[in-house]
Write a protein that binds this ligand. Structure first.
Ligand code: UFG
Length: 325
C-alpha cells in the first residue's frame, strides 16, 4: 500500500516509516521539521517538507504519492509545555488534524491510523488501564489527542473515514537505524543515557513519595519497534466504526528501576538528584493491551526494560550527538 506518514521525521514516526517499508508498504514522509530531523527519514523515502495545517501542500503530497492510507503522527507532544502554551497545541495538533482529514477527503483517501496517547486518561482510577476507562485528560496535550479521536469517530460515521487510534504509553528504545533525539530532551530514558555519555543536563527524579513500590512513578515503557508493528497491523484492519487500542507492555517500571537498569546497561554510575514531584505526573500509568492482542494478534517482543535501554544505548553510541543537522 502507498502510505503517507505525517511526522515521519520524528522519533516514533521514523520507526513507523521503517517498519512499514520493511513490511512491503511504499512510504512517503510529510514533516514540518519543527521537531523532526531530515536525517531521520531513510534514504530513498520520498519526503514532503510541509506542515499539516497547509492543506494544499498535504493534498499535493497525497496525490503525488498516490497515497492509499495515512499514518498521522505529526504533533507537538510535550505535556508540560502544553499547559503553558495551549494555543500552540490546539493549533498544531487539532487544526493540523482537521486540515489533514479535509485534504484526505478531498482526494478520496479514507484510511488512517492515528497516533494517540495515554495522556487521554489523565489520572486513572485503576491500573492496568483498559480502553473503556474514563478519558479525563489533565493537559491540553491530552485534550488535543482526545478531540482528534472524537473527530475521527464522527468522520468515520459521516464520511466513511476508516480509522484506528493507538494510545501509546511510554515509547522507548530504538531500532538499529532510528532513535530518539528531542531538543530539548525531557524524557527520562534519553536523559539518563545522555548522562552516561557525559553530556546532557543534570537529572532530578521527580518525586519519591508516590504510593508505589519504591516511592517513584511507575510507567509502562514500550519498545518503539513494537509500537511501530502495531501500526502495520492496525492499517490492515481499519473500519469506519473505528477502533481504539492501548499500546503498552502491561508491566511497568519505577523511575528508580529504570535508573538501576540504565546503570547496569551502560556501566556508568549516572548520578541523579532526588527532587519534588513534577506537576501533572500520575503515580502509575500501566496499560492493558489485551484488546489489540485479541483483535490484531499484537504482542510486545521486547518487554524487558534492560533490553529496551540497551537498544537506545546502542543507537546513542552510534549517534553520540543525535541526528546530524
Ligand atoms: N522523570 C523524572 N525525571 C526526568 C524526566 C522524567 O523523574 O528528568 C520521570 C517522570 O516523572 C515520569 C517518568 O520519569 O514518572 C517518565 O517521564 P517521561 O517524561 O519520560 O514520560 P511521561 O510519562 O511524562 O510522558 C510520556 C510521553 C507523553 C505522554 C505520556 C502519557 O512522553 O507524550 O507519557 O502519560 F503523554
Amino acid at each position: 500500500m502507498n502510505v503517507l506518514v505525517t511526522g515521519g521525521a520524528g522519533y516514533i514516526g521514523s520507526a513507523v516509516a521503517r517498519v512499514l517499508e520493511g513490511e512491503g508498504h511504499t512510504v512517503a514522509v510529510l514533516d514540518s521539521l519543527v521537531t523532526g530531523h531530515r536525517a531521520a527519514v531513510a534514504l530513498g523515502v520520498r519526503f514532503f517538507h510541509a506542515d499539516t495545517r497547509d492543506k494544499a501542500a498535504v493534498r499535493a503530497a497525497l496525490e503525488a504519492h498516490r497515497a492509499e492510507a495515512v499514518v498521522h503522527l505529526a504533533a507537538i507532544s510535550q505535556v508540560g509545555t502544553s499547559v503553558r502554551e495551549p494555543r500552540a497545541y490546539f493549533d498544531n495538533n487539532v487544526v493540523g488534524a482537521l486540515s489533514l482529514f479535509d485534504a484526505m477527503l478531498d482526494v478520496g483517501v479514507r484510511d488512517i491510523v492515528f497516533s494517540s496517547t495515554a495522556a487521554v486518561y489523565g489520572e486513572p482510577d485503576h491500573c492496568p488501564i483498559v480502553e473503556e476507562s474514563p478519558t479525563r485528560p489533565v493537559s491540553p496535550y491530552g485534550d488535543t489527542k482526545l478531540m482528534i479521536e472524537q473527530v475521527l469517530a464522527r468522520y468515520g460515521a459521516a464520511y466513511g473515514l476508516r480509522h484506528a487510534c493507538l494510545r501509546y504509553f511510554n515509547a522507548a528504545g530504538a531500532l538499529p537505524d532510528a532513535g530518539e533525539d528531542h531538543r530539548p530532551e525531557t524524557h527520562l530514558i534519553p536523559r539518563l543515557l545522555q548522562l552516561a555519555q557525559g553530556r546532557g543536563e543534570p537529572v532530578s527524579v521527580f518525586g519519591t513519595d508516590y504510593p508505589t513500590r519504591d516511592g517513584t512513578c511507575v510507567r509502562d515503557y514500550i519498545h518503539v519497534g513494537d509500537l511501530a508493528r502495531a501500526h502495520v497491523l492496525a492499517l490492515g484492519a481499519l473500519r469506519a466504526e473505528g477502533r481504539v487500542y492501548n499500546l503498552g507492555c502491561g508491566g511497568g517500571f519505577t523511575v528508580n528501576e529504570v535508573l538501576t537498569a540504565a546503570r547496569k546497561v551502560t556501566g556508568h554510575a549516572i548520578p541523579v538528584a532526588y527532587g519534588p514531584r513534577r506537576e501533572g505526573d500520575p503515580a502509575e500509568l500501566v496499560a492493558s493491551s489485551a484488546r489489540i492482542g485479541k483483535e490484531l494478534g499484537w504482542a510486545p517482543r521486547h518487554a524487558g526494560i534492560e533490553e529496551i535501554l540497551a537498544s537506545a544505548w546502542d543507537w546513542m553510541q552510534r549517534h553520540p550527538l543525535g541526528w546530524p543537522a
